[in-house]
Write a protein that binds this ligand. Structure first.
Ligand SMILES: Cc1cc2nc3c(=O)[nH]c(=O)nc-3n(C[C@H](O)[C@H](O)[C@H](O)COP(=O)(O)OP(=O)(O)OC[C@H]3O[C@@H](n4cnc5c(N)ncnc54)[C@H](O)[C@@H]3O)c2cc1C
Ligand code: FES
Length: 274
């Protein structure tokens, strides 16, 4: 009999961490596959997560492919399914199907300077590359991370980012001045510009709100980055995740199959439907 491609694997929530609380709450879930259904994935790929009786949603796999005993997902509460998963407890079971989408060409970046630029929940899709680059530190040149939230309470992976300072150049920011904040005050694109990252032998990877990505790319171009040196992801709404329903198209591309990872050289020629 043909395999049902919509059938999820069952995963048990092994841990839940509150990253951000309040209106834009983000929780990080680590899930295990008790039936031995763990799958391999590549940096940049996603999975369709189901909360039974509520629905499905596409979420970036936020753990490194080098981690073999769990998959990590960091999820912002915005609507029906995200609210349902935020109410779940350790030991509860969710559905996971995937991995879906293309990948960041990390192997092609060996020997290069990596510049990561994230905002809000946009650190999740690039976190697997950061973790992989740190684990394989000698394969890469400088690692620089820019990440910002609206306030210090909106910074996700805070402890992990602090730990990164030993091996990477970490620039944290908050949108507005805040008492006790020692990092940059202002928007992420401005932080990138003020630090003046050099484009030589570099790849810049940016994820976050579309408005942030727009100005980050503009500023990277201003600093001399070529279109081929800039990578991002696009998160068009998705339904099937496997190129069947047509829900996610941008021009001729189904983003769930051809994306979500694009270089700016590829993306700038697609219609602005993202
Ligand atoms: C490739 C990809 C990777 C993603 N990775 C992550 C991730 O790592 N973490 C995370 O928190 N979210 C991620 N998302 C977004 C996530 O899929 C949506 O937030 C989720 O589907 C919302 O489900 P919901 O039922 O809670 O919201 P709904 O009840 O469906 O919607 C609530 C509100 O959010 C809007 N919305 C829903 N989905 C999207 C979307 N994809 N883009 C823009 N607006 C949307 C709706 O229009 C509505 O206003 C990703 C999306 C894609 C396509
Ligand atoms: S989500 Fe169905 S074609 Fe992409």
């Amino acid at each position: 009999m043909t395999e049902n491609v919509y059938l999820p694997k069952l995963a048990r929530i092994a841990s839940i961490k509150d990253e951000v609380v309040g209106a834009r709450a983000i929780k990080t879930f680590q899930v295990e596959f008790p039936d031995g259904d763990m799958f391999e994935h590549e940096c940049g790929q996603c999975a369709m997560i189901s909360v039974f009786g509520k629905g499905e949603m596409m979420i970036s796999i936020a753990s490194s492919p080098l981690v073999k005993d769990y998959k990590q997902f960091s999820i912002m509460r915005v609507g029906k399914v995200t609210t349902a998963i935020h109410a779940m407890k350790v030991g509860d079971v969710i559905g996971v199907r995937g991995p879906y989408g293309n990948k960041f060409p990390v192997n092609d970046w060996k020997g290069k300077n990596l510049v990561f630029i994230g905002g809000g929940c946009g650190l999740a899709p690039i976190w697997p590359i950061i973790q992989t680059a740190v684990a394989q530190r000698s394969d890469f040149a400088n690692i620089t991370v820019f990440y910002g939230g609206r306030s210090s309470r909106d910074i996700m992976y805070r402890a992990e980012l602090e730990k990164l300072r030993g091996v990477a150049d970490v620039h944290l920011s908050v949108d507005q001045a805040e008492e006790g904040w020692e990092g940059y005050c202002g928007f992420v694109p401005a932080n990138v510009m003020s630090t003046g990252v050099a484009p030589d032998n570099a790849i810049a990877i940016t994820c976050g709100p579309p408005i942030m990505i727009k100005y980050v790319i503009q500023n990277l171009k201003g600093l001399g980055f070529a279109d081929e040196q800039i990578y991002t992801t696009i998160e068009n709404k998705m339904k099937c995740g496997i190129g069947k329903c047509g829900r996610c198209n941008v021009g001729k591309d189904y983003v769930c199959v051809s994306g979500p990872v694009y270089s700016w050289a590829q993306l700038k020629d697609l219609p602005q439907e993202y």
